[in-house]
Design a protein around this ligand. Structure first.
Ligand SMILES: C[S@@+](CC[C@H](N)C(=O)[O-])C[C@H]1O[C@@H](n2cnc3c(N)ncnc32)[C@H](O)[C@@H]1O
Length: 285
């Protein structure tokens, strides 16, 4: 068979894989949901090789507080045999975007479509800070964050898929940056250091977290005393936003999930073309 015939067949295969995810809405542009979903093992808590095994004994278990602390820690990370929920607070959890579609994340017109320049201005990162990019993918936002915090600061980039982290490291090296560390997450545990993050950035990832509840607890624990979570999600309220429904969230849904789990809304930036940007801080009251 000639190479010429193989190329269209390969493209059809990618589309067929993407369409096999059970979603039926038409999408006018290439979106994360057009990429094949990540293998189930990367979503459901099946063990992946990593240096330290989380000690969680089940999704309803509460992680022990450190000695001398009476602070609530929230649900512990899931154990290896635990089955992830399909829904959370009435929302269907989306499938993880596979590394196969990573090119979409660094497309040339992303800034034009999502106004990522304004997004980063709104984040307000400062030199010397520790910024944590969770679900960092191939590092589109990581690189901007690393420039914003400068050589005296650091970025901790976290992702489930080692292939994404490999691409991210290659892009960081190419950019000549030396202040980025990477962490391979577990589906229910970002493995972030506690109390370290001045900012936890979640861009287009929260809706696809297989275990939202222990992840929320882990984000809260990872914040420095003045740290904030910046949540970026495509607007479900706006039918003009050309993204499949399962990959969008409404403000009301976001507040339902964060508001009752130790977070207080600290503000929102409503000037992005397609996305909500909502800031949460620890609600220690
Ligand atoms: C749609 S991509 C967004 C990537 C990046 N934030 C961006 O905007 O360019 C979502 C990423 O989240 C990652 N992800 C999904 N579930 C995760 C989890 N539980 N922990 C860490 N990363 C996760 C996926 O592997 C994927 O790279």
């Amino acid at each position: 068979m000639s190479v010429r015939r193989l190329v269209p067949i390969a493209s059809l295969l990618v589309v067929a894989l993407a369409c096999g995810s059970g979603r039926d809405e038409p999408v006018p542009i290439a979106t994360p949901s057009d990429a094949p979903a990540a293998p189930q093992a990367e979503r459901d808590g099946s063990p992946a090789p990593a240096p330290s095994e989380p000690s969680g004994s089940g999704k309803d278990a509460t992680a022990p507080a450190p000695a001398g602390s009476d602070e609530p820690r929230g649900p512990a990370p899931p154990g290896p045999g635990d089955v992830p929920p399909t829904h959370f607070e009435g929302r269907e959890i989306a499938q993880t975007m596979s590394f196969v579609g990573a090119g979409w994340l660094t497309r040339a017109n992303r800034d034009e479509e999502e106004d990522t320049t304004r997004l980063h201005q709104a984040l307000g990162l400062r030199p010397g800070q520790t910024a944590c990019d969770v679900g960092a993918g191939n590092g589109y936002h990581t690189i901007r964050m690393a420039r914003a915090v400068g050589p005296t600061g650091r970025v901790i980039a976290v992702d489930l898929q080692p292939q994404m982290l490999e691409m991210l490291r290659a892009r960081v090296d190419e950019a000549g940056l030396h202040n980025v560390e990477t962490i391979e997450a577990r589906p229910g545990d970002p493995r972030l250091p506690e109390g370290a993050c001045d900012l936890v950035l979640l861009v287009d990832v929260y809706h696809e977290l297989a275990w939202p509840e222990p992840m929320l607890a882990a984000f809260r624990r990872s914040l420095s005393p003045t740290g904030r979570v910046a949540l970026v999600e495509f607007r479900a309220e706006d039918p003009e936003v050309p993204i499949k429904r399962l990959h969008k969230m409404s403000k009301a849904q976001i507040e339902r999930e964060f508001g009752s789990r130790g977070f207080a809304l600290a503000g929102s930036f409503d000037e992005l073309p397609w996305q909500h940007l909502m800031f949460y801080e620890r609600d220690d009251g």
